[in-house]
Design a binder for this molecule. Structure first.
Ligand code: ZN
Length: 313
């Protein structure tokens, strides 16, 4: 299976999803009862993690079946797949508060921590960050798709949590992935970065936007850069991609060459956009920029686009 640099969040060591086995209910039940099987547990969209004795990753997100059972009946369970140790992983979410979950798991030092800080700070091992991302997208999809989009009737889950079926019109509904282009536009030795009002102070990043129906990746890059910064670009090249589980996007990282340099910002999208030299971009990645400007951290694909540019891409 192709792997990307470990530092791009949510991409490291993906599971064997065993998709051909999802409709084999007996097989899935056997896996769930296997003593080696582990569970990722959520309250709503927030993972539960156990504090460990320290080291590189200071939390553990894997629970055994006995621990999972203490939380009662889950609202939803999904078979995520099998890890490198041939161990099955399931994800379950519960209608409980973090306090109630901690109380039910009496004696286990458990707390609810949002996935974003877990991923940004590397609080659990990189492969588990990837599995938590898969789990969060899937569990959130179930929460928001309990009714048929065709007829409005309640739907039931099927296929080990990988589809929902309408009991009335029999329509099948599958988990969605929303593609987003994220692109570093370059003009020789300079690159174009922008900032949205909600970014941390001083942080600039690559421009990004959702792909619309009927568009290619190249068209979406061209349209978004023109809309947001008034720059026409060409020579779109694919770089790498990253699942982004907030709630279920796929970030498609690209480079593009600027056809002009006059920036006209769409104030609804960006509060600023400017050209940065390679040296400035390097300083922003290192946290040494003279004006205190910064770039996204290594768990985000924007960091790796910028790093490739700095390194002479
Ligand atoms: Zn229906």
């Amino acid at each position: 299976m192709p792997t990307l640099p470990q530092t791009i969040g949510f991409t490291f060591d993906p599971l064997d999803r065993m998709s051909e086995k999802r409709d084999d209910a007996a097989f899935v039940a056997r896996l769930r009862d296997d003593a080696a099987t582990r569970f990722l547990l959520f309250v709503g969209n927030v993972p539960l993690v156990k504090r460990t004795a320290g080291g590189e990753a200071s939390f553990d997100a894997l629970f055994d079946a006995d621990e999972a059972a203490k939380l009662g009946v889950p609202r939803q369970t999904v078979l995520l797949g099998r890890d490198a140790d041939e161990r099955a992983l399931f994800a379950s979410t519960f209608d409980a508060t973090a306090e109630a979950a901690a109380s039910a798991l009496d004696g286990v030092p458990v707390e609810a921590v949002e996935l974003r800080p877990i991923a940004m700070q590397g609080l659990v091992a990189a492969p588990i960050v990837s599995a938590l991302g898969e789990a969060r997208s899937m569990l959130d999809w179930h929460t928001r798709h309990r009714f048929c989009a065709n007829c409005g009737h309640p739907t039931d889950d099927a296929g080990a949590g990988w589809r929902r079926i309408c009991g009335n019109c029999r329509a099948q509904h599958f988990p969605r992935v929303d593609p987003v282009v994220i692109m570093l536009v370059t003009d020789g030795d300079r690159c174009l970065l922008g900032r949205q009002p909600q970014f941390a102070p001083g942080m600039y990043s690559a421009l990004a936007g959702f792909i619309e129906p009927g568009e290619t990746i190249e068209h979406a890059v061209y349209r978004e850069v023109l809309e947001e910064a008034g720059i026409r670009c060409a020579d779109v090249r694919y770089f790498a991609s990253q699942p982004w589980p907030f709630p279920s996007s796929l970030m498609i990282g690209c480079f593009a060459r600027a056809g002009g340099t006059e920036i006209a910002i769409d104030q609804n999208e960006l509060e600023d956009a400017r050209w940065f030299t390679r040296a400035e971009a390097a300083a922003m990645l290192d946290g040494t920029h003279a004006d205190g400007l910064s770039a996204p951290k290594p768990f985000a694909i924007a960091h790796h686009l910028l790093k490739a540019f700095v390194q002479g891409e």
